[in-house]
Ligand binder design. Structure first.
Ligand code: HEC
Length: 410
């Protein structure tokens, strides 16, 4: 049913909209609190138990904020919690993962040249990697090594690089980067859900009961917040990377990912230091620039397997598109209207690689992209861009008829 393809497309858009909005809210409030925390000033007149204060101006008013390290002497009537920004980002992100990568596993998740697995197996691996990954991370933090902040960070970096390499051995490059982002974001959200919030609740309960809370709860939460601080920027990079095949679909994509994590640290370090009024470490921008240039250079290293060797046989999931009576005419249309750009070696001037790695060199590739071709060039006029190749309405009608008749014959 073609209505399904259209509804699916809109559903994906709606969830993506939600996901971006919730992520802005989460990361925005997280940036705000990090800067606030680092900018706190100790002054003599502070009330007992207060650690520092800050004055801020915003939207026509002045704010006077004081931080109590463990807790104030008595509980205020109303407390604003910050947790749904994080949970909603994770939940909507997980929904996106299901819609795009599990729903479209044969196209986006599985690369049969990397590992020939079925969709259910690939989905199981994906789910297991996210949950087991969190458990390993949590155990590491709780181990004796967790007491040494910097040793722990070093070890976590090794784990992240190992995950980057592992994902590229399992999935498409695009899915590998997305999973690396999802894995990291799962750690961040789980830190809020399993560690930071429960600890906060213990402290609040202690206060209400008139007990003095143990400061260790705050310290543990602080350590996890520090990890979240340094992981934010790489996560956003990985989430956006699916628009940039040079990042995810080149030979050393996992090394690129490893360097991206370092850039997350160098950039955040500048802001952290500046907000703490400890100077402006310009060198971090220099290091970031060197890392970025290194990434650009790595993305030019040729792949061992020539791109022309891509999928020759049509995957079973897309067989009906190749068997369809319209297919020969569709191939003809695509070769005249699309292939100048969407080929392993595009002939369109200025294109070094096929845009978004979408290629129509073989029957297998055309059949696998049937839904996208239908949406981009059949139903909508997004492709070819600016109708550069003068595609006719008749040809668009052909693409539409091809997809719609093929999905009817399930
Ligand atoms: C002049 C070059 C050019 C031609 C011709 C062209 N495309 Fe594209 N195509 C692009 C570019 C550039 C992008 C990436 C757009 C972006 O980044 O949003 C793209 C992206 C796509 C995508 C991926 C869209 C997405 O958001 O994932 C599909 C599918 C696609 N094109 C299909 C087609 C089809 C079908 C045709 C022929 C009818 C066609 N293209 C013709 C340049 C071209």
């Amino acid at each position: 049913m073609y209505e399904f393809a259209i509804a699916w497309e809109w559903l994906t858009f709606a969830v993506r909209w939600l996901h971006v909005v919730t992520a802005i809210a989460w990361i925005g409030s997280s940036f705000y609190f990090i800067a606030l925390d680092l900018g706190l000033v100790k002054r003599p007149h502070l009330p007992p138990g207060a650690y520092g204060e800050e004055w801020q101006v915003h939207g026509g008013g002045f704010y006077h904020i004081q931080k109590y390290l463990v807790a104030p002497a008595s509980m205020p009537e109303h407390l604003t919690w910050f947790k749904w920004e994080s949970y909603a980002t994770w939940l909507s992100g997980f929904a996106m993962l299901c819609l795009v990568y599990y729903g479209g596993a044969d196209l986006f998740l599985i690369d049969r040249h990397v590992l020939d697995i079925s969709a259910p197996v690939a989905i199981l691996i994906s789910l297991a990697s996210l949950s087991i990954g969190w458990i390993c991370y949590d155990l590491l933090c709780k181990s004796p090594l967790g007491k040494n902040t910097w040793a722990l960070m070093g070890l976590l970096y090794v784990v992240l690089v190992a995950m980057a390499w592992g994902y590229t051995q399992l999935f498409t490059g695009r899915a590998a980067f997305l999973h690396l982002g999802a894995f990291t974001a799962t750690i961040m959200s789980a830190n809020v859900f399993f560690i930071i919030m429960p600890n906060q609740r213990i402290v609040v309960a202690d206060l209400i009961a008139g007990r003095t809370p143990d400061p260790k709860y705050g310290q543990i939460a602080k350590q996890r917040s520090l990890h979240n601080n340094y992981l934010t920027l790489p996560v956003i990079f990985f989430m956006l990377s699916n628009h940039y095949p040079l990042a995810f679909a080149t030979a050393y994509n996992w090394v690129i990912a490893a360097l991206v994590f370092l850039m997350g640290v160098t950039i955040r370090h500048w802001f952290n230091t500046t907000h703490a009024r400890k100077g402006r470490p310009t060198w971090t921008w220099l290091v970031t620039l060197i890392l970025f240039i290194l990434i650009m250079w790595l993305s030019t290293v040729p792949r061992a397997t020539a791109p022309g060797e891509a999928a020759e046989t049509v995957a079973p999931a897309f067989q009906r598109f190749a068997d369809n009576a319209h297919f020969p005419a569709v191939k003809e249309t695509i070769s005249t209207r699309c292939s100048m750009c969407h080929a392993a070696e595009p002939v369109y001037e200025g294109l070094a690689r096929p845009p978004k790695n979408v290629r129509f060199d073989t029957d297998a590739e055309i059949a696998a992209h049937a839904r996208e071709i239908y949406l981009q060039a059949g139903r909508a006029h997004a492709m070819p861009p600016g109708n550069l190749t003068d595609m006719t309405e008749k040809e668009r009608a052909l693409l539409t008829a091809w997809f719609e008749s093929a999905v009817k014959t399930r």
